[in-house]
Design a protein around this ligand. Structure first.
Ligand code: SF4
Length: 72
């Protein structure tokens, strides 16, 4: 199984919380974060990063394309 990570550059304010929490999953380029790899093996830290993003800029999709993060 693999998940897909997306960062909405229009929402991201570059807080760096995602890259701080999971630097192998998210990187900061200038003022915006991006996924290091668009597709990753299942990794709960991706969901945790989506949960803590203050701008709800991170979404995580499962192998079927369903949005599984951020969680409610
Ligand atoms: S936590 Fe959210 S707002 Fe902060 S850098 Fe990451 S994607 Fe951008």
């Amino acid at each position: 199984m693999s998940w897909q990570l997306r960062v909405d550059g229009a929402r991201c304010i570059g807080s760096g919380m995602c890259a701080g929490a999971a630097p192998d999953l998210f990187a900061l380029d200038d003022e915006h974060a991006r996924p290091v790899h668009e597709r990753i093996p299942d990794d709960d830290r991706a969901l945790e990063a989506a949960d803590i993003c203050p701008m709800v800029a991170i979404t995580v999709h499962d192998a079927q394309g369903r949005e599984i993060g951020p969680r409610d």
